[in-house]
Design a binder for this molecule. Structure first.
Ligand code: UD1
Length: 332
């Protein structure tokens, strides 16, 4: 333990809550800032929860004055690609403008390390569907643009100050805490694995397959699905890396393998032992056909080794969580 406190924005959300749990298991001090717009109070298993906005300078200054914070982990964001196409300014306000305020107040408070939740959406449509950290960043939706601008702010602030950062470009996050304490709990969720599991437990009637005419082997979109527990671990490894003097860096977080929508459906059917009702639908706005990580740099830079690189294991934990939600044993 460093004796310092880590500020986790969005720590009541899906990915943030898993990281908070792992930080506590590693004996780190944590304070969570979350406006509970999509997060849940009961998902914060450790540390104080401050209910507030990331873009609220006074709220941030209050936190920085009460705690001795040397690290910020910034998860709070809007994340739904088609929503960002329909309502771009919502995304720029929260993901870009609020991040600017956070970075400013963090810098003023002398924060040394910043771990940022970026996204594979910054790549747009990479050649061959595979993106390395050196691939051009040409987002095809406002969500990707809103996150890329925050990456640029961090790059420029790190060049002008002692602050160092790791930006983690997430591919498709799925699954839940293997011990079933927390999971993906968003109402009206849009994530494929979540929606498919909701169909499996009878919470939704059917799954819409958005696009069957993509230039992919079965015509449906292909993504690189990463277990949330491995992704959370990457944040702890990023922190260790920064603490041992690592330079600012941008890293992909994926396994380097793609699965189509139909393959994910088949995995959910296999694990749940039930057939899912599906319906073919038009392509969703803002969706690239294929998005797979070139995923070697994170291993060599952070010494990160995934432990749950298995689609059925991912689905099993996601389904377990969905059953728990359906049973009403976790009030969401
Ligand atoms: C997800 C993340 C996004 C991140 C991106 C990285 C969320 C809400 N989205 O977006 O932040 O930048 O990964 O790749 O966290 N699909 C269906 N039917 C459905 C839902 C999805 O066919 O009901 C298809 C989509 O068209 C797509 C694939 O499944 O081809 C994955 O979609 P989804 O799970 O929504 O994730 P992304 O849009 O890729």
């Amino acid at each position: 333990m460093s004796g310092k406190t880590i500020l986790v924005t969005g720590g009541a959300g899906y990915i943030g809550s898993h990281v908070v749990r792992q930080l506590a298991e590693a004996n780190e001090n944590v304070v969570v800032l979350d406006n509970l717009s999509t997060g849940f109070r009961q998902a914060v298993l450790h540390g104080e929860l401050v209910v507030g906005d990331t873009g609220d300078a006074a709220c941030l200054d209050g936190i920085f004055s009460r705690y001795s914070i040397d690290t910020v982990m910034h998860f709070a964001a809007h994340t739904v690609v088609p929503e960002s196409v329909a309502n771009p300014l919502k995304y720029y306000r929260n993901n870009t403008c609020a991040s600017r305020v956070l970075i400013e107040r963090a810098q003023q408070a002398g924060v040394r390390y910043f771990v940022f939740s970026s996204t594979a959406a910054v790549y747009g449509i990479p050649p061959g569907g595979i993106a390395s950290e050196e691939s051009p960043t040409v987002p095809i939706n406002p969500y990707g643009s809103s996150k890329l601008m925050t990456e640029w702010m961090l790059r420029d602030v790190a060049a002008a100050s002692p602050m160092r950062y790791v930006a983690l470009r997430y591919f498709n996050v799925a699954g839940s805490d293997p011990q079933g304490r927390i999971g993906q709990s968003t109402p009206n969720a849009t994530l494929l694995t979540k929606v498919a599991c909701e169909v499996a437990v009878g919470k939704r009637e059917r799954l819409l397959i958005y696009g069957t005419d993509y230039p992919t082997p079965d015509g449906t979109g292909v993504r690189d699905y990463i277990h949330v527990e491995d992704l959370a671990d990457a944040h702890l490894k990023a922190l260790e890396y920064l603490r041992r003097g690592g330079e600012s860096v941008v890293l992909n977080c994926g396994y380097g393998r793609g699965y189509s929508v139909r393959e994910v459906i088949a995995a959910v059917e296999r694990v749940a032992g039930t057939k899912l009702a599906t319906e073919e639908a038009p392509r969703r706005p803002g969706d690239p056909p294929v998005l797979i990580a070139e995923a070697t740099k994170i291993r060599s830079t952070l010494g990160w080794t995934p432990r749950f690189d298995d689609l059925d294991a991912i689905v099993e934990s996601a389904l377990g969580w969905e059953r728990k939600l359906a049973a009403g044993t976790w009030a969401s």
